[in-house]
Write a protein that binds this ligand. Structure first.
Ligand code: NAD
Length: 462
């Protein structure tokens, strides 16, 4: 409570700072982006250490998914911001001559960013890049479930940024709820669908616009791949998209696989071989899989596996080490569809494979569930590809790969339906934190009689 007592003053300060107009200056935006880059570079070791402490994340993964990814994004924004800010000409009909119009992006004001714990730097700073580039003042509340990372953000990041305009507020649900009572000009939320609802409800009170980056179950459809090369690459990408992104604790990680029942044995065998190759006989020792974030989430995953109806479907792995919060890469074949593992988002290194009479049935299967954040389809069949595009709905659709769309600055990232709404990354982040204001410039040269009374119907020959 005390934090928020003080925070009332800080919020006032943020609003005054925004009103002063300094965050609208191109030079301010660029200086902040450069500060962010400097933080990522100079504090890389601190970031790696915190990610290891919170999640057991390997440095290679930490660089790839957080430091490297953010460096790329901040550089992209630094390069693009001048052009993004520039007014864009709007074409007008001849009848509007001699008026002209331009679209002028303006910052929204004081914005709030809530992030999740699985990519504690990435999910806090990627939206921050957009908020800065768009010229806003910002509060970021990192997740309390990754405390070491949250602490680095709160103590070290402010040394590199304008602390009058950008604040990191640490805290859990109590702080989040109190923050949500305040009036913001935008709330950008990354987290669960359940909390997303609470955020939207709170935002409605002030008519605050929201972007909700939520979760759900992301399927991977695997068609019968005839070429052994294609199958080998597909399996690697499936495992990468399952286990190698924060140990399966990723919103766009593959949740489950759908496969033709005739092709399933070949796929399962290939997956088993590839897991051994990637993670060895004792995956824990390779340090290549992040651990589960906390005991509560660990026990939730363990109970999914220990369900008597599910246990029999384990075809690979299954061991859980409670002391180290580690679960080995686990594969299940046809667990019951009613079990938690198939009705809830898994968010861990458990991979159910569901067999279907034929691969086209995957369309109906996907459509019977809430819209996924990401859909992956491994196929060379152009008819199936076309049907997936036109007959399913998901935040994004990727053929023959997984996760990779997240890295691409020119590709908007976001969900649809239960997996959220609004997009970000690259220029889309700038747009998310901007209002596009049409500015019309008219002249006194011409005047149209029907704009003003008295109306004289005969002049239209009515
Ligand atoms: P969460 O919803 O529990 O927490 C997210 C944020 O909300 C945290 O900052 C937390 O402090 C805050 N929060 C928690 N309870 C709150 C409440 N009652 N009121 C207000 N704020 C509250 O989610 P999580 O466990 O951090 O993350 C897991 C979920 O997030 C998964 O569903 C995952 O798919 C999703 N996710 C989505 C993305 C994406 O980019 N779409 C990325 C990562 C995670």
């Amino acid at each position: 409570m005390e934090i928020i007592g003080d925070f009332e003053e800080e919020l006032k300060g943020l609003r005054e700072c925004f009103k002063s107009g300094k965050t609208k200056e191109l030079s301010w935006r660029k200086t902040q982006l450069k500060g962010l880059l400097k933080f990522l570079h100079e504090k890389e070791e601190h970031i790696f250490k915190a990610l290891y402490q919170d999640l057991g994340k390997h440095n290679v993964e930490a660089f790839r998914d957080e430091v490297g990814m953010l460096t790329k994004s901040a550089r992209y924004a630094l390069k693009g911001v001048t052009q993004w800010m520039a007014p864009k000409k709007i074409p007008l009909p001849l009848a509007a001559f001699p008026s002209t119009a331009k679209m002028v992006p303006e910052p929204l004001g004081v914005v709030l960013i809530f992030s999740s714990w699985n990519f504690p730097f990435g999910l806090s700073l990627e939206p921050l890049i957009g908020a800065i580039a768009a010229g806003n003042t910002v509060v970021v509340k990192p997740s309390e479930l990754a405390p070491a990372s949250s602490s680095i953000l709160a103590t070290l990041l402010p040394l590199y940024l304008d602390s009058k305009a950008i604040k990191i507020i640490e805290g859990g649900v109590d702080v989040a709820e109190l923050l949500l009572e305040k009036k913001w000009d935008k709330i950008f939320f990354t987290g669960s669908t359940r909390v997303g609802r609470a955020v939207m409800t709170a935002a409605a009170k002030h008519l605050t616009p929201v972007t909700l980056e939520l979760g759900g179950k992301c399927p991977a459809v695997v068609d019968s791949l005839n070429s052994s090369w294609d199958l080998k690459i597909a399996v690697k990408r499936i495992l990468g998209g399952k286990y190698a992104s924060c140990g399966g604790q990723a919103c766009i990680g593959i949740d489950y696989v759908l496969v033709d029942e005739k092709f399933a044995p070949k796929l399962v065998d290939s997956i088993k071989v590839a897991i051994k190759k990637m993670f060895g006989d004792n995956p824990k020792e390779t340090n290549s899989i992040s651990r589960i974030i906390n005991k509560q989430r660990f026990l939730r995953l363990k109970s999914m596996l220990n369900d008597d109806n599910v246990k029999a479907s384990i075809v690979f792995g299954g061991s859980c080490d409670e002391e180290n919060l580690f679960i080995e890469p686990t594969v299940l074949l046809d667990p019951p569809l009613k079990a938690d593992i198939m009705s809830e988002e898994i968010f861990g290194p458990l991979l159910p494979i569901i067999t279907l009479k034929n691969i086209e049935d995957s369309i109906g299967f996907i459509n019977s569930k809430p819209n996924p954040l990401a859909l992956y389809v491994f196929t060379n069949n152009e008819t199936l590809k076309s049907r997936m595009v036109s007959e399913t709905s998901s935040g994004s659709l990727t053929f023959n790969d997984a996760i990779i769309h997240y890295l691409l600055d020119t590709v908007p990232f976001g969900g649809v339906g239960q997996s959220g709404f609004g997009t970000y990354h690259g220029k889309y982040s700038f747009d998310t934190f901007s209002h596009e204001k049409p500015v019309l410039r008219s002249s006194y040269l011409s005047e149209l009689w029907f704009r003003y009374p008295p109306w004289t119907a005969h002049r239209f020959n009515l």
